[in-house]
Design a protein around this ligand. Structure first.
Ligand code: ADP
Ligand code: MG
Ligand code: MG
Length: 207
């Protein structure tokens, strides 16, 4: 059930944190092109804090793990992403109370996170934000059927094409909106970051 330890989830979180640390320089460069260049550092700082406490996640159920993760993200990840991810993770934690984990539950959790992020940030699909990767990934995972490998493959593919598509649009939200047409040709860094952590999660949960 949802209250039992979920070591697969902890491994997935650990993989996501390591992937964000490994990609810090690339995410920084992407945010330098259209923003203030702090996204790589913001996310890597949060990821280091998560790795430092990850052993404490191993005794917790899914929902408690995600609540802890949300609290740590809120305290350690700066910028807009920190606030948005903290809220998204809290909503995902509520969905994670459901008894049976799998593609349907995690798809619903991603969708709930995206909805909360959309509400807090007043952004929608096509606004050139992390939602352009998160929302298609949530839909793909929720509608993938039961096989985790196929589910995460579909989710990662949807996130990657959503993130790539952000390079073609001007922004209405976040710092890149100040650039207008000059952001065109550069993908949204927050959407690219979603692809980074989701790919890492998929490699663990899709095994
Ligand atoms: P900051 O602009 O505060 O430095 P970060 O660098 O932490 O923010 O994160 C930037 C990313 O956050 C953007 O690339 C975008 O994906 C996402 N973002 C920014 N504003 C919003 C918003 N209003 N709604 C959803 N996502 C947003
Ligand atoms: Mg930034
Ligand atoms: Mg900033």
């Amino acid at each position: 059930g949802a209250g039992e330890p979920d070591l697969t989830l902890v491994s997935a979180i650990e993989a996501a944190a390591r992937a964000l640390i490994a990609d810090e320089a690339r995410l920084t460069a992407l945010d330098q092109a259209v923003g203030d260049g702090d996204l790589g550092l913001n996310l890597a700082r949060g990821a280091e804090a998560v790795l430092a406490e990850i052993d404490g996640y191993r005794a917790l159920g899914r929902s408690a793990v995600l609540r802890r993760l949300s609290a740590t993200v809120r305290k350690t990840v700066g910028g807009t992403s920190g606030a948005l991810y903290a809220v998204g993770l809290m909503r995902a934690a509520a969905v994670a109370e459901k008894p049976v984990a799998g593609n349907a539950l995690w798809g619903e959790a991603l969708a709930a996170a995206a909805e909360a992020i959309s509400r807090l940030g007043d952004a929608r699909i096509g606004d050139r934000t992390m939602l352009d990767a998160l929302l298609p990934a949530a839909e793909a995972l929720a509608s993938a059927g039961a096989d985790p490998r196929a589910g995460y493959a579909a989710a990662v593919k949807a996130a990657a094409s959503g993130a790539a598509a952000t390079a073609a649009v001007t922004s209405r939200r976040g710092r890149s909106s100040y650039l207008g047409e000059r952001a065109v040709g550069h993908p949204d860094p927050g959407a690219e970051a979603v692809v980074v952590w989701l790919t890492a999660i998929g490699q663990v949960l899709g095994e």
